[in-house]
Design a protein around this ligand. Structure first.
Ligand code: CJB
Length: 807
């Protein structure tokens, strides 16, 4: 995909003429962006069609990553980088008086996900292609992405995200690949002309699933995989079935909105429809493609691996069974055998409320054939277990798929797939030992760990060009392809020049963020302050509240003793709360009010500032992360399955301040105790409290004048304008006994923060710690994670010709 600067300029101007009959100077940014997009697309289109044709011709086994969320963010620069023409295009545009950065702003963030789970899926897409692996994504093309967050009087307000308003340059509508999906009605089995039992559908609703494909470019390796997102339409033949416009709208709305919940069960009919819709469309299209290989369906697993990302796509299992049996006449036993070998499943949380369960009645009514198959899967599982463990009926009751009139999606996914993995070592251990222990006893060989990873191209090369340049000058450029080579930086830990250059890059990123903060909030912040960052969804278990309590402590300390020695701090928050999660929204309001109080208090004089940036998204993360000094990873131990912002922040040289939760444990192992600040209860201690049931949050309050002052501030008017929210938070800690042990960990957290303060004062040492974090972040590359999925779960290999070109 070579292209010179002059060729690029010519092509751009030519296309601008063709499309808008305009010269560069007359075009708006949007028009230029559209045309640039079409130039880029034209450049990869050959490689795209070659890739899937090659896969087909070579009978290549492919993986399909099914996820109800993808969160790619902006794609222009990432595509340019992966094509190897980022600099050429940047320079060509500059010649024409256009800034690439400004054009890139025009692109809407593609926010078809809530948080970690969706962003992980997108990092994985990038890495699968970059490793030369044959793998594709399958999901939903929501008309509206995750809501836009605004603050009004400190409250979160949600606005619709009309990301498609100006079109989407990257997608290609594939009308000819549309498939039909059936919902509702009655299904019964009747003998067909060939003597086989086949389902007969009565009164089912037929909807059309139309795919929109997006190219997923590998990093400079000529490989282009596909992210296929499905959109609903009403087939012409069905028009008569709609009695009114409202009736029609209800079905058209199927792919309208992304459910804005994160780690929370959503028992709504539309959500169930969404799940079946993209699963059925995806599996049907895989089978259709497979049949072109002219291979028998009972060796499907030699050519196809389907990954179930969390339980939302778990209906892949009964849908595959349906297609194999109902449409291709396979026996139950054979179909089950193949299905298990094709499917694999990742669990992303141990939070009980996130473990999906669907009421039997709802499933029966909306997806009758799915329910019949699930019921049979459950019946056979129970039969088998009754034979193997006749003495243990409780085990059967605990593990069966249908319990108490509910379908347990995780049970379905584990029982009917060949692999279940957690997303960090601690999380996978907890799955085996506690949360899924029964299943681990039944199927020990199915359980494995795959620690999450991040696409280092986006989170370092694109987000932090300043640091990237220092790295190129210091250790060469191989880290760009092989993130493990970042390790070479360790050799410079005593090199003052390199340390100064790293500090300079950080400072410049802090300045960039400071300007953004000033522009968007009007708050002036000093780049000299410690930039202390907590960016993630707002959730009680992630304990943004603990951060806030500590901020209040610093505030009161400075009020009491204005001469107290303390580094200046800027506390930065970025977080969306699910619209229905009132407690999380109260915390947002409280943080905003505390920010107002502190930022405007002349006694504090800017020594502490608090900024809650609106509308945290991938793009904002790219701005915040390179500027961070401190990475707050302070969830209650055992609750954060992995975390991935922790990896992005360390990669950009922030020091992790963390509990031993999720992947923080592995970050500690990677950088060593001296280069991370750990505090708080271990997961074992948390479980001991659960066993003994002897946590009394109020004791901590009663015994600590410091905590009394801080907590009282929520209800005595010290923090203004939070009459209801303050009471809710106060009661959550004292009346409802502090579910996430905030008060129990408070003292340890304060000490850890004091340690951070002391470490930062010794700038030389701080820079050394920062360097060690960058140097050891390579192991969290999603490339490595994907290679492990490929080898150990999907059994696919990098395509030879691409890996050669890559090498
Ligand atoms: N996660 O973002 C979500 N949504 C869910 O519904 C369940 C889990 C997160 O997934 C990330 C990717 O594995 C994890 O890093 C994170 O800890 C987890 O909360």
């Amino acid at each position: 995909m070579e292209m010179t600067k002059e060729e690029f300029k010519k092509e751009l101007q030519q296309r601008l003429k063709e499309k808008y009959a305009m010269d560069i100077n007359d075009a708006s940014s949007q028009e230029l962006y559209n045309v640039l997009g079409s130039v880029v697309k034209a450049y990869y289109s050959d490689a795209w069609s070659n890739t899937w044709k090659d896969y087909l011709e070579d009978g290549q086994k492919q993986a399909y990553y099914f996820s109800i969320e993808f969160l790619p963010g902006k794609m222009l620069k990432s595509n340019l980088l992966n094509m190897g023409i980022l600099e050429t295009v940047e320079a060509g545009l500059a010649d024409l008086g256009v800034s690439l950065d400004e054009l890139a702003q025009v692109e809407q963030d593609m926010a078809l996900g809530n948080g970690g789970l969706g962003r992980l899926a997108s990092c994985f897409m990038d890495s699968i292609a970059s490793c030369g692996l044959p793998g594709n994504g399958n999901g939903i093309r929501y008309d509206y992405g995750l809501f836009k967050q605004r603050f009004v009087d400190g409250y979160q307000v949600e606005l619709p995200d009309e990301w498609l308003r100006n079109g989407n340059t990257w997608e290609v509508r594939k009308e000819s690949k549309a498939v039909d999906v059936l919902f509702g009605g009655n299904v019964y089995l009747a003998e067909d002309t060939d003597g086989q039992l086949r389902p007969v559908y009565e009164g089912a609703r037929r909807l059309r699933a139309v795919p929109y494909d997006t190219a997923v470019l590998g990093y400079q390796n000529h490989l282009v995989n596909t992210l296929r997102l499905w959109s609903v339409e009403i087939p012409e033949s069905e028009e008569d079935h709609y009695r009114s416009i409202e009736d029609r709208r209800a079905f058209e709305d199927l792919t309208a909105v992304l459910y804005p919940d994160d780690s929370n069960e959503r028992g709504r009919q539309t959500r169930l429809w969404q799940e079946y819709f993209f699963v059925s469309a995806g599996v049907q299209s895989i089978i259709r493609y497979y049949l072109r290989l002219n291979k028998p369906l009972d060796v499907l697993n030699e050519y196809v691996a389907i990954h179930i990302n969390d339980t939302h796509p778990a209906l892949c299992i009964p849908e595959m069974m349906r297609i194999l049996m109902d449409e291709h006449g396979m026996s139950w036993e054979k179909a089950f055998n193949v299905t298990v070998k094709v499917m694999s499943y990742t669990n992303h949380t141990i939070m009980a409320e996130a473990l999906e369960k669907w009421p039997v009645a709802l499933m029966k009514e909306n997806l009758p054939r799915m329910y019949q198959i699930i019921e049979e899967l459950d019946r056979r599982f129970v039969n088998e277990l009754t034979i193997c463990y006749p003495e243990n009926p409780e085990l059967i009751q605990r593990t069966r798929i249908i319990q108490n009139e509910q379908v347990h999606m995780a049970h379905l996914a584990i029982i009917c797939s060949h692999s279940t993995n957690g997303v960090a070592k601690l999380h996978s251990d907890l799955l085996k030992e506690v949360v899924l222990h029964d299943f681990y006893q039944l199927f020990p060989e199915r359980f494995n760990n795959k620690t999450n990873g991040i696409a280092q191209r986006r989170w370092l090369q694109l987000a932090n060009p300043k640091l990237s340049k220092v790295l190129d000058q210091t250790i060469g450029t191989t880290w760009r392809k092989t993130p493990g080579d970042l390790k070479l930086l360790q050799n410079y830990v005593e090199d003052q020049t390199v340390l100064d250059q790293l500090a300079e890059a950080k400072k410049s990123n802090k300045q960039r963020l400071a300007s953004y903060i000033e522009e968007t909030t009007g708050i002036t912040v000093s780049p000299e302050a410690i930039f202390d960052v907590q960016i993630k969804r707002l959730h009680a278990y992630k304990r943004q509240l603990l951060n806030l309590l500590h901020i209040l402590k610093l505030y009161f300390d400075l009020k009491d003793d204005p001469k107290k020695v303390q580094e200046s701090r800027l506390f930065i928050f970025g977080a969306k709360a699910a619209p229905s999660y009132t407690y999380a929204k109260s915390i947002i309001k409280a943080i905003n009010e505390v920010a107002n109080l502190i930022n405007n208090d002349p006694d504090i004089n800017g020594r502490i500032k608090v900024v809650f940036l609106e509308n945290y998204n991938v793009h904002l993360a790219e701005l915040i992360i390179p500027a961070a000094d401190v990475s707050e990873q302070i969830s209650l131990a055992s609750k954060e399955a992995s975390g991935t912002s922790n990896m992005k922040l360390m990669l950009n040289g922030a020091i992790t301040l963390a509990t031993l939760d999720g992947a923080n444990v592995e970050i500690r192992d990677a950088v060593g105790d001296d280069n991370v600040v750990i505090f708080g209860m271990t997961e074992r201690e948390v479980y001991q409290y659960y066993e003994r049931q002897d946590y009394v949050a109020k004791d901590y309050y009663d015994q600590s004048p410091v905590l009394q002052r801080i907590l009282n501030a929520f209800v005595d008017g010290t923090i203004p304008n939070i009459y209801f929210e303050g009471r809710e938070i106060f009661d959550s800690l004292l009346k409802h006994n502090d579910e996430y042990f905030v008060l129990r960990d408070f003292d340890a957290y304060v000490k850890a923060q004091e340690k951070i303060d002391g470490l930062y004062r010794d700038q030389h040492h701080w820079q050394q710690m920062s360097l060690m974090n960058i140097a050891n972040a390579g192991r969290f590359s999603a490339d490595d994670t994907m290679m492990r999925y490929a080898e150990e779960i999907w059994h696919i290999e990098p395509v030879e010709q691409y890996s050669k070109k890559k090498g």
